[in-house]
Design a protein around this ligand. Sequence first.
Ligand code: ZN
Ligand code: ZN
Length: 178
Amino acid sequence: MYCPICKHTAMHRNQLEENLTAYECSQCSGRWIASYQYWQWQEKSGKSLLASSAMDDARLSVQDNPKAKLCPECGHFLRRFPVGHGVEFSLDHCGNCGGIWFDKNEWEVLKGRGLHDDVHKIFSEIWQNQVRQEQQARAMDEMYKARFGPSDYAKIIDVKQWLQAHPLRSELLAFLKA
Ligand SMILES: [Zn+2]
Ligand SMILES: [Zn+2]
């Protein structure tokens, strides 16, 4: 099986976790996990054993490759799915055979956040809707920040949070508008 990025580099089998074998590219350090391998691992490990361990992933450099890739197993185009929830990269998933491509260190970052055993959920409609909502909220924040300027924006966010938590919120708002 050849690496979908390096094209001519054959990937080698690698024991990624207990009960989980992946194909790894020695050139770009990307990894391919076949659908049946992922699900076998899920079944054998069970949710309890996959408890997340908060790991410091700040030093792990991810090299998310946005180029279009072909599935190394079945040749279909891989589709990109943003992970969201504070994770900046996207995963590439084959809708035909279900395999998943991880660029260098992406698996480690997901594992550090306890998301590595939820990878299949990232490709679901519900998950992707949440990601879109996050992106929209972030775009709105950026728009207001640009409009008000960073210093006034920080001030108004403070006021907003203080108001939201205040028991006399409605009265305070009425006072401001009066
Ligand atoms: Zn490669
Ligand atoms: Zn495929």
